[in-house]
Structure formats: C-alpha cells, structure tokens
Design a binder for this molecule. Structure first.
Ligand code: AR6
Length: 231
C-alpha cells in the first residue's frame, strides 16, 4: 500500500541530507536534541469538505506569518499519498512566495509513523479533531487516537472535554504511549477546523466568509500552540 511506502519526494531527500543527527541508524533511537518540528495535516479538507484552493491559500498565508517566530524549528504539512492535491497546491504556492524550504516543507506519509516509516522526527503532531475530542470517526483523528493508545484519550480528557471551531488544545503525551516511544512524539495538538459537511455538526453550508475566518484562526492557534511548546 501507499501508506507503507518510504516517501521518495525531494523534500525527503533534502531532509535526509540536512538531518543526519536526527536518527541513530544503528539503534533506531530518537535523538532528544533533534530540530523541533510540528507535523500537521490539512485541517478540514477531507471529511469536513473545505475547498482545497482556499485552504491552500490559508495554509501558506499562516505559515508565512508565523515562520519568522519559530526560530530554528520547522513546520511540515503531511498527507498520505503522493497524489495529494492539497500537498501540491501548498508546495507550489509556498515556492511562489519564496518560503524557506528548510523551515517549511510538505511530506508524504502517515502522521502516526513519520519517524519509524519516513525517517522524519516530529516532536509535535497536530490532529484534525472533532468537537467532542473523541477517538474514531475516521481520517487522521482515528489514526492518531488508535496509534497513541488510551494514554492520549486520558490525557486529552484532563485538558478539555470539547472544542469550538477555530480553537485547539495542547495535550502532552504520556511517555507510556506507543506514539511517544516509537515515534518520539511528545505533544499532540488537537485542532477543530470549520466544517462544510452537512452530515457533521456545525455545518457552515458553504459560508466561506465564516469558513475562511475560522480556518485562519485554527492555523493561528495551532502555530501559537507549537511556539508555546518549543520556546
Ligand atoms: N496521516 C496523515 N494525513 C492523514 C492521515 C494520516 N494517517 N489520515 C488522513 N490524513 P480528515 P477533516 C489527511 O478527514 O477534514 C474525523 O472523522 C487527509 O488526507 O482527517 O478536518 C474527525 O473526527 C486530509 O488531507 O479531517 C472529524 O469529525 C487531512 O488529513 C473530521 O474527520 C484531514 O482529513 C475532521 O475532518
């Protein structure tokens, strides 16, 4: 399957050249002093059916706004397949704006297996959550809760019981979680994006004035949250 494949696009090659210190090839150990990195999925663009052109504009706009504030840290937009439309849109628009590709790049892989399958260590990962902050439901939310085990559910409940669109909650991951042990993930940031899917709660019914405002707010709170972790 595509998910299990080792990503082979140029961002990966670039990454491997830059980042030999990150991975101890003999032991597979995860170096604690590697570059602080946030891996995030494209919020709202699959199950929540948000327009891809508009979402890609907002991702690049927000990355550009925050990149000067993240120091030596990095932001990585992740999706499962090499055919991902959102990844190609964002990649092209980021290049147009001359965004530093050492600090922001796209990466193909499962966000729950970035280190073990992709050789990319991300200490923080973002989740496209639901308002109840519950496991399941499909998409990246189901994948993250399943890979992180019950430790994430418990730790999430300690922080919040629900989320409003545009907001996020930072959850430190207990060291007992498989995601911590295997992937070196220390924090999960749950983000609730705007919803355009009539079958899901709080549907905006194609109101992209509200939708774009909420998606901007979602990325701003995600990046603020990441900065608060790494600073
Ligand atoms: N690794 C990396 N990216 C992924 C993965 C993965 N394992 N799985 C999906 N994506 P979605 P939304 C990408 O639908 O649109 C849930 O049921 C996917 O290709 O997960 O914000 C929640 O409970 C897409 O680019 O999130 C909510 O109810 C991106 O992640 C609802 O879906 C987001 O797709 C949220 O919908």
């Amino acid at each position: 399957t595509k998910m299990g494949q080792r990503p082979s696009d140029e961002s990966v090659e670039k990454f491997e050249k830059r980042n030999e210190v990150d991975i101890t090839s003999t032991s597979g150990a995860i170096s604690a002093d590697s570059i602080p990195t946030l891996a995030f999925p494209s919020i709202s663009t699959a199950d929540f059916q948000f327009n891809l052109e508009k979402a890609s504009d907002i991702i690049v706009e927000k990355v550009e706004e925050f990149i000067s504030r993240i120091g030596n840290a990095r932001l990585v937009l992740v999706d499962l397949s090499h055919g991902s439309k959102i990844l190609s849109l964002v990649k092209a628009k980021a290049a147009q704006k001359n965004i530093d590709s050492n600090k922001f790049f796209t990466f193909v892989g499962d966000i729950t297996q970035l280190h073990s399958q992709g050789g990319l260590h991300c200490n923080v990962i973002a989740n496209a959550a639901n308002w109840r902050l519950k496991p399941g439901g499909g998409g990246v939310n189901a994948a993250i809760f399943s890979a992180a085990g019950s430790a994430l559910e418990v730790a999430t409940k300690e922080r919040a019981s629900s989320l409003r669109p545009g907001k996020c909650v930072i959850v430190p991951l207990p060291s007992s979680s498989p995601l911590f042990l295997r992937e070196g993930v220390t924090h999960v940031i749950h983000v609730l994006g705007p919803n355009m899917n009539p079958l899901r709660p709080d549907c905006l019914k194609d109101d992209y004035i509200q939708g774009c405002r909420i998606l901007r707010e979602a990325y701003a709170s995600l990046f603020e949250g990441f900065i608060s972790i790494v600073k």
